[in-house]
Ligand binder design. Structure first.
Ligand SMILES: NC(=O)c1ccc[n+]([C@@H]2O[C@H](COP(=O)([O-])OP(=O)(O)OC[C@H]3O[C@@H](n4cnc5c(N)ncnc54)[C@H](O)[C@@H]3O)[C@@H](O)[C@H]2O)c1
Length: 260
């Protein structure tokens, strides 16, 4: 691929984003729609999906937007959503595994239910979606998957205790490498983006705390939080043909946080 510029475009591509009703997932869907892709938003509730789809159509002229309700922790629901999309638009070219949850809990008191829930959404859900959407990509001999990991899969963030989140995101990074190696012979690229602190509803309730000011922003060389659009830009790169020789990579987008 030698064409610089136009190959950032995603015209003709069908791109699925999980957890797309808000936050980083919504920004990814909007960036993909602006780049010319037809997008499918996946999330937990139809009302929130309808609102997000309407907002997206309002923000991007001519955007083609589908929605599917699906809890990524249910293999049955993921399979049903993929089947419904296949009927509606044919083969999915690109999958962005973005759905995720976060909470803080010390390792010594975290309940088994909390541990299981975190691993289920943030790691097993990524595998389920990758397998269900990946098999038709393998059959077709092409496709792209981008997983939203976190810098927390690379370092232990502080001061908040979040062992399960860190472990799940580290798992996403190794899942990315493993799938990339297994599926490269089939023409399927698998990469990840590891965001640093990004201002979304996930952490909005913590933005005005000393923890956020002193540790999160204070520990970021660029001295600010990232925006969902800045994460979406990295996803766009990895999903597009500009990254045709990139697979198994985790692109860190953290304002330099992991440098120190
Ligand atoms: N915000 C940050 O600072 C930050 C930093 C690093 C990584 N991330 C990662 O980015 C991704 C998006 O985070 P965000 O900040 O936009 O979060 P968010 O809470 O604003 O949005 C997450 C979306 O995922 C959906 N979701 C949750 N569980 C789901 C499930 N089981 N099935 C389907 N959808 C589900 C939610 O309904 C929500 O719409 C997550 O994987 C998160 O771990 C976020």
């Amino acid at each position: 691929m030698t064409d610089n510029g136009s190959s950032f475009r995603l015209e003709g591509r069908k791109l699925v984003v999980t957890g797309a009703a808000r936050g980083i997932g919504y920004a990814i869907a909007r960036a993909a729609a602006r780049a010319g892709a037809t997008v499918a938003l996946i999330d937990l509730e139809q009302t929130r999906l309808d609102e997000a789809a309407a907002k997206l159509r309002g923000e991007v002229d001519g955007a083609e937007v589908l929605t599917e309700i699906c809890d990524v922790t249910s293999y049955e629901q993921v399979s049903a959503a993929a089947k419904a999309l296949e009927t509606r638009w044919g083969r999915t070219d690109t999958l962005v595994n973005n759905a995720g949850i976060a909470y803080h809990a010390p390792a010594e008191t975290m309940s088994v239910a909390e541990w299981d829930r975190m691993l289920s959404v943030n790691l097993s859900g990524v595998f389920y979606c990758s397998q269900v959407f990946g098999v038709p990509m393998i059959e077709a001999g092409s496709g792209t998957i981008v997983n939203i990991a976190s810098m927390s899969g690379l370092i232990v963030n502080r001061p908040q205790p979040q062992v399960a989140y860190n472990v799940a995101k580290a798992g996403v990074i190794m899942l990315t490498k493993s799938l990339a190696a297994e599926w490269a012979p089939h023409g399927v690229r698998v990469n990840a983006v590891a965001p640093g602190y990004t201002r979304t509803d996930l952490i909005e309730h913590l933005v005005d705390t000393d923890m956020c000011r002193d540790y999160w922003i204070g520990g970021t060389p660029l001295k600010r939080m990232g925006s969902p659009d800045e994460i979406a830009n990295a996803v766009l790169f990895l999903a597009s043909d500009v990254a045709s020789y990139v697979t198994g990579e985790t692109l860190v987008v953290d304002g330099g946080y992991t440098l120190w």
